[in-house]
Design a protein around this ligand. Sequence first.
Ligand SMILES: [Zn+2]
Ligand SMILES: [Zn+2]
Length: 284
Amino acid sequence: MNFDCKSLKTKKFVADMHTHTDSSPDCSCDIDDLCKAQINKGTSVFAITDHFNMDAKDSGEDIDAPIVSSFKKATEAAEKYKDKIEILRGIEVGEGIWYKDVAEKMIGRFDFDVVIGSVHTVITEEIKGPYSMFDFSTLSSEELERFVVKYFDDLLNTANQCDYDILAHLNCPERYVNGKYKIGYDFMKHEEIIREILKTVIRRDKALELNTSNNSFCKGFFMPDAKILSIYHDLGGSLLTIGSDAHFAENACIAFDQAEEILHSLGFSTLCCFRKRKAFLYNF
Ligand SMILES: [Zn+2]
Ligand SMILES: [Zn+2]
């Protein structure tokens, strides 16, 4: 494991390992605006990780072209802002287990610094697209149960089988089920499979993400939450990244101070960033 010497400098080292630009279908943020916002916030390094979603491939979208464009723009931005900030080139692969060959081909096509693995779409009888778009108030408790079980199964398979460096937003459905629709579902009744997912991340030497993304129904809602992070710590998990998942420039590094406070209280003292797909630790 490499220790990042830059973190030894007096200025606090801050790495935002998950952001989006207008090369993602759900984001209209101009890359220059994002870079300037990160520079203004004093970020040391950040990764541009636009979406590469397998469910979009199924609906006939060209999912390659936006990544080609994202990589090119990130490379140009890295050069343009190199005196002010370090910009990493990444990708967020959604539903990598659906088409592992397609995901691996794209990952191998460019010299990415970091690959994020995510599950945004879980197909059940009732849900046919991204769960972020689904109205969970229409589900019976059995249907919701089936969805959550399937989500964690898909995430465990992703953790086990896919090529990634960071496993993203572990309990993401919770922000819709409980955050947006206020259903009060107890996700921790699936603690057993959550533990399996965390153990898999540790066994494969991957990093777990603490995602601080922000919108009207999930302010201060971290993914995963302190309970899951403390299990990760108890299981011996040490590789952790922090990501704003910003889809708007103003959300760059959002709530990092609060997130770091939680991590300190749980006994974590290092975070990591990735360069050329290698983890670099830094104190925070
Ligand atoms: Zn995501
Ligand atoms: Zn994202």
